[in-house]
Each structure stands twice: as structure tokens, then as C-alpha cells.
Design a protein around this ligand. Sequence first.
Ligand SMILES: [Zn+2]
Ligand SMILES: [Zn+2]
Length: 365
Amino acid sequence: MWTRRQVLAQIGLAAAAVHTLDPHELCCVMPADAQTAGKDLFELKKVGDGVYAAIAAPRYKVNCNAAVIMTNDGVVVVDSHSKPSAARALYNEIQSMTKQPIRKIINTHFHWDHWQGNEVYANANPGVEVVASERTKENLTRPDAGVGGVPYIEKQLAAVPGEIAKLKADIQKETDPAKKANLESNLQQAEEFQKELQNMKPALPTRTVATTTTLREGGREIQLHVLGRAHTNGDLFIFLPKEKIVATGDALIDWMPFMADGYPAEWPETLTTLDKLGFEHIIPGHGEVRPKTHLAFFRGYFVDLIAAVQKASAEGATLDEMKTKVGDQLAAKYESGFSKYPLGRYRDRVGTNVEAVYLKVVKKA
Ligand SMILES: [Zn+2]
Ligand SMILES: [Zn+2]
């Protein structure tokens, strides 16, 4: 296995060539107040026979959900969280349920919070295959792919000392004991995250899929679908036809969508294609397991947002005016449904979503 620096050297990226991040690029920093243990990281929920969703708990550094698919001769895991310690906690939980090896890790896309734990499964299971779309494999080593991949580890490393310094300063200033304790927990998590980043040995895809591929895995049919661009240019959907379950990564989540590396103009169409698969349950990249009806709600947000930004722009509104106006306009329909968790809430993201749609859809037209 390569070290992080060997991978960087191999792809010709100088570690020095990193830049300071825009704070919202770190899409999911939030306060959390508990010590790290399995329960603090995720909750395992049964979705179908032998199929589980590991629903991530809020942490200072966000983790994605994972899907755990048991088969007759091994386990398939979809996505691996933002750090090895989180993947290890889930791996231990899986090991308490079965002694079968992990056969495959499937990464839905290249974002940091979905693949940085891959190495745990690869180290413990020498035969493991890491599966992703062709575009995701490219993105994982491309210097400017966005908020994920091997080069992004360097960007996180460059950003963490500033975060730590700010947390320390905030702790000094804080007088409320509960808030202070929360900041101290965040500081500890930030310092642990920094160590994990420094020691990361990326386990990259060993197998790619270009289009629909069917795996017959220990008696279970697992379909992998590349359906078009949405959250990234390489989103992979994992569909279990018998169990009627789909794992969607961040192309369909129970938070507000994150569009920085996304394709809002094409996203609704990709979801329409997804809608044709015969599933009943969605294991989203973030938030709780949802029924299929959630797809229409999530897709509707894109359609309404694009129409509202187009209209406001045609009427001559400035970007700042659009953010407020469109945010207020769509609130009745979307605010409560998109504000169920401490993260990814409607008001946190509607402004950046308006901006993304303005830049990527309206201005481009
Ligand atoms: Zn994510
Ligand atoms: Zn993502």
C-alpha cells in the first residue's frame, strides 16, 4: 500500500501547492459534544434482510452514512466515512455480527467524508476490492477535483492548524460552561483528526464501473448504476432489486444538497432516471433512511430553485438580493423538510445553492 506522500508524488502534486480553503468548502463542520465511541459515530439500522444503514451521528468532522450488505460469503460496505477511526468503529460492529470478510468497499463519489476510511477495510481484508465509477477514480487523484481525493488530504492538513488555533481562542473567550465543554470536545476531535490525516494511507479504487454493472455477491444481486451527473460527475447508485433498497451517496440526501462540485442543471434528470429503478427505501449519504417519496421532494427543490433563480435574474436582481428573495420564496415548501437535523439545514445552504445555480445554470445559459 502506498503512503499518502507516495501517492501525491506519483500524481505529481507538490505538497506545498495547497491553498487556504474557503470555510464553506469544509462543507460540514459542526459542534458535537460526546467522546468518540461506536454509538457516538453512527447508529446501525436494519433496512432489509441482511441490509443495514449506518446512520452517522453529528461530529465535529462530519461522517457520511454507510450501507452494510451481508451476503452468504462476505460483506459489502458502501462508503467509509471521513476517517479511519470512524470506519474502524463500524468495522468492529460488523465483526460482532459476522466473522465473514469484507469483500468490497463501494465509494459512491470522491468526497472526503465518503472514502477516507477505506484503508481500514483494505488493511484488515487483503482481498478487498475498492469499487467506484471511472470518474470517481480519476477525481480521487486529480488536484482540483473538489472537496475530496488524495490532494484534498493536503488541503485539510493545511486548514486544520487554523481551526485548532481558532478553537483554542474561542475556548479562552467562552464563559458558558456547557459551550466551553463543547468547544473543548471539538478541539480534541480536531487534534485527533489532524493525526489521522497525517497518517492516512489512501486505499484507492481497484475496480471501476463505467455504466450499469451487476454483481452477484454471495447469493445477493447488487446493481451498480452510473446514471448521469448530479452531486459530482461520477455518482454511483447501489441498487438491491430484491430488497428494493438504493444507496445514493450525496446525489439524494435528507439534508439540503451540497452543489459545489455538482451539476444542478443535470441533477433533476439523473434523479428522474433513478426514479425508474424499483426501490422503496433510500439509504442517503446523509440523514435518515427515507421512503421513495423523498425523491420527488428533493428533485422538486432543484426544479423550483432553478426556475426561481432564472426569474429573479431576468428581473434584474443582484446575487445578494436573489439569495434572500429566493430563500424566502421557497421556504414554505422546503424549509421544514430540509431542516430536520443539526447539519445541512435549509437556511445554512440556500444562499450557496442560489449562488451555485446562478453561476452554473443561469449565467452559463
Ligand atoms: Zn457527504
Ligand atoms: Zn458529497
